[in-house]
Design a binder for this molecule. Sequence first.
Ligand SMILES: CC(C)(COP(=O)(O)OP(=O)(O)OC[C@H]1O[C@@H](n2cnc3c(N)ncnc32)[C@H](O)[C@@H]1OP(=O)(O)O)[C@@H](O)C(=O)NCCC(=O)NCCS
Length: 174
Amino acid sequence: MNLRYFEPEDFEDILEIEMETFSEHNPFVYINFYEINSDGFIVATVGDKVAGYVVGYQIYENEGRIFTLAVKKGYRDKGIGSELLRAILNLFCRTGLKYARLEVRRSNVRAQKLYNSMGFVQCWVEKKYYSDGEDGIIMKAYLQPPYDMNSYTNLLDNKINNKYESGITNENTL
Ligand SMILES: CC(C)(COP(=O)(O)OP(=O)(O)OC[C@H]1O[C@@H](n2cnc3c(N)ncnc32)[C@H](O)[C@@H]1OP(=O)(O)O)[C@@H](O)C(=O)NCCC(=O)NCCS
């Protein structure tokens, strides 16, 4: 499994995961994310396929928001979601943010468990947050580095190197 930044050619794979996973997003939001926030859009690949992705961005002075996290069916329960989550939290830390927040469906106990294991706690409930009327739980974490992601640290460093040296891959094997 590799982590790297999103590239436009990943869009079809993202769309496939998006369609099988969520009903409430407009998939084209991902192109916007790429255009305005490419560093906060990280994909996990297995072979040449995208197996999962996470998108996060700075929402307040000290706070990052995880907009979405998804792993393709068939690739779940292998640690990919946790790695993506660590990657985005690590990125938030490196950009000086102190907190992370996210919204999760009340019924999505699996995701809540994962978030709990990364230090997120339930803060409040937004009634009928989702378009189908389900409540959303707002969870927040105080960012406490390090999130053990040496490979991701290299990913960031490689991106910097890539600006100066051609021929260096920006992929890192986990
Ligand atoms: C939530 C989601 C992103 C989690 O992704 P994932 O890749 O399955 O997550 P992980 O594999 O890292 O962790 C899930 C479980 O597998 C376990 N696990 C991690 N590595 C493992 C491994 N190598 N072998 C077996 N199990 C493992 C984890 O401990 C965790 O167990 P737990 O639930 O008992 O804590 C995924 O289920 C998903 O895409 N769901 C649909 C979309 C969604 O709900 N997104 C969140 C919206 S807020």
